[in-house]
Design a protein around this ligand. Sequence first.
Ligand code: HEC
Length: 187
Amino acid sequence: MCPKVVKWSGLIVLAIVVAGFSTATAQRADNDVVGQRQHDMKAMAAAAKNIDAMFKGTLPYDAKAFKAAAETIRAYSGQRLMALFGAPVVAEGTKASASIEADRPTFDKLAAELGAYASALSIAADQNPVGLAPRMRMQGGDATMGGPLAKRKAAAPDPMKMPAEHAFHMMLQTCTSCHAKFRVKGE
Ligand code: HEC
């Protein structure tokens, strides 16, 4: 990868600010989208890390913070995620794979599923304002379904009907599935 690209990530914020004032070339417009894609992904990663820490008990459970993290992921999933990776998918600096254009239904399905799990987590926070209740925990029978590339059951399980912790694990599998299929492997 060329050093310009590596340097780019540090310039994202600046680029977003400057974009409004510049006579945007097509190339620059591409780069703004790439910056936004990577910004959204990083924000989701930070949010997921917080939720994970609350389940692990390394961060005290706080319903408001839990909900805020779930809402961050919800806001950056679904339609917004689909639109951000609309054509042209491939642009300078992006790790988005051209396979997104070839299999958009699967990409969009994963983006929508991400939103469904995030919504379930957000609602779980509303329902559990004072503490991480035992019913939020994964039960003995909840399998994690054999990894990101496991074949899905015909009827997808309803995120609202599973414990929050299970929904969280399924959500992380959605992240991993999409990256495995649609993100170019980094060096
Ligand atoms: C529907 C597909 C899809 C889903 C779901 C998805 N991602 Fe991504 N993610 C991508 C693609 C494509 C890229 C490459 C973006 C780029 O380089 O322009 C990416 C990149 C990233 C990056 C690297 C960002 C950077 O700075 O280059 C992180 C971190 C990340 N994703 C975290 C997550 C987390 C956490 C989740 C789940 C909560 C998630 N992603 C869900 C498709 C997805």
